[in-house]
Design a protein around this ligand. Structure first.
Ligand SMILES: [Zn+2]
Ligand SMILES: [Zn+2]
Length: 440
């Protein structure tokens, strides 16, 4: 979090009306409703694959991310929102979920749980980066992690499957799983060496970031999106030529599972993912443009295996596989392709009340309908019959319930068919039953 300059008001605070903080956006009802549908679907799918939900705090100690995400990554180098507490501790708003969940796994002794331990969470993350299309400083992700005793390829496959299935069920077409292996502790140094020697003497053809990254984290050069770095990248050594037999066998097994599941994948030898903790399998899911459609040049989600992270954090050696899906990115694609999940509008009846007694009895009447699982729309503040009838019309309610002074007194109510205008008076005790009959 930025510290406030003493004399100058920061931008956004200068005017008399406030704006949301740069790169952070309000989710208004129309988008929120789409977001909720995505969450509901994701939960349903993840629960089917036996993931249990977990929620970790929005803030963690900064050191957690330095240790796991990696000091030479963009996230830790430039994108952290950090804050100092009055007690002098340095905290960070979480930029990703995995380190916090890994920390919780150790802290709560989950290594003693029956394995695999499958966890998922949904919520906001924070990265201080230049806001642009599909990129925010506060954004949401759906995240899933599998902790297991063995690094069995079946977990990689099931993890990828669950991630793919969410996008597939959202009717996003032309999905493609980009997949690679980046090796293990034994074989990755060889690959690093090969990369460093390949890029040696070619530094001049690299962007400033890559020049700096080369000695610290050469794998990250393959992540670079700068045009100047692309030609060299295309000729760079291929991970598959350097990984050990164990890693190769593991990767082959993952691909066999994907073949069995008939999931569409493409080998991408330059996919490394930007984080330090990955080992063996890494993947991203993209959607290829349909004919005449602009290229969508971001991944909807991705992840991989991270067999060393738990040990790095002080836990016992634990195999792990995880991924995250970008919620705003998914919504962006749903919008672009005009495939927002449609909801069958729930049939609702519209309650119209006239006069004091009816108004006083309205809330109880709504409770009766709630017990009977009948959805009601009301406009409790409005007084005139005409205004309420107009509202009922606008709401497209098939039935209106007219609760007048006389009816309220006699414990009855009028049911009006909004299409035909036909009206019928019924006793309140029979109301739920009559509504159900008319709606069917
Ligand atoms: Zn290996
Ligand atoms: Zn570069």
């Amino acid at each position: 979090m930025q510290t406030k300059p003493k004399n100058k008001k920061p931008a956004g605070e200068a005017s008399t009306t406030f704006q949301s903080v740069k790169g952070m956006h309000d989710v208004l009802p129309a988008e929120s409703c789409v977001q909720e549908k995505i969450y509901r679907l994701a939960r349903e799918i993840l629960e089917f694959y036996n993931f249990n939900s977990i929620a970790t705090p929005l803030v963690e100690y900064l050191g957690l991310y330095n240790r796991t995400t990696g000091e030479a990554t963009d996230i830790v180098e430039k994108q952290m929102f950090t804050l100092k507490t009055k007690g002098g501790e340095t905290l960070a708003l979480r930029p990703e979920f995995t380190p916090g969940i890994g920390r919780a796994y150790i802290q709560h002794g989950m290594s003693h749980y029956p394995h695999p331990v499958k966890l998922f969470t949904i919520g906001p993350l924070f990265r201080y980066e230049q806001p642009q299309a599909g990129r925010f400083r506060q954004f949401n992700q759906i995240d899933a992690e599998i902790f297991s005793t063995e690094n069995d390829a079946i977990y990689d496959a099931q993890g990828i499957l669950a991630c793919y299935r969410i996008l597939d069920e959202l009717k996003i077409k032309n999905l493609i799983i980009n997949i690679n292996t980046i090796g293990c502790i034994t074989c990755r140094p060889n690959y690093r060496k090969a990369l460093v020697s390949y890029y040696k003497n070619k530094e001049k053809q690299l962007c400033t970031d890559c020049k700096r990254r080369l000695p610290v984290n050469p794998l990250r050069l393959l992540d670079c999106k700068e045009p100047i770095c692309q030609p060299l990248k295309e000729q760079a050594p291929n991970t598959l030529d350097y990984v050990c037999a164990t890693c190769k066998k593991h990767f082959k097994e993952v691909l066999e599972y994907l073949d069995n599941l008939a999931l569409p994948y493409a080998l991408n030898p330059y996919l490394v993912r930007g984080l330090d903790y990955y080992s063996k399998t890494v993947f991203e899911i993209n959607t290829q443009p349909a004919e005449g459609e602009e290229k969508i040049d971001f991944a909807l989600g991705g992840g991989g295996r991270y067999d060393y992270l738990i040990e790095e954090l002080g836990g016992r050696p634990t195999s792990a596989f995880g991924w995250a899906l970008g919620v705003e990115r998914i919504i962006d694609v749903l919008h672009t392709r005009n495939i927002l999940p449609s909801s069958r509008p729930k049939e609702k009846v519209f309650l119209i009340h006239i006069g004091d007694l009816a108004k006083r009895k309205s809330l109880c009447l709504i409770e009766t309908l709630r017990h009977a699982h009948i959805n009601v729309i009301e406009s409790l503040g409005k007084e005139s019959l005409a205004a309420q009838l107009r509202a009922a019309d606008k709401a497209d309610a098939p039935l209106a319930l007219i609760f007048g002074q006389k009816e309220a007194y006699e414990e009855s109510i009028i049911i009006r068919d909004m299409k035909t205008g036909a009206q019928e008076m019924v006793p309140l005790t029979k109301l739920p039953e009559m509504i159900k009959r008319k709606l069917n």
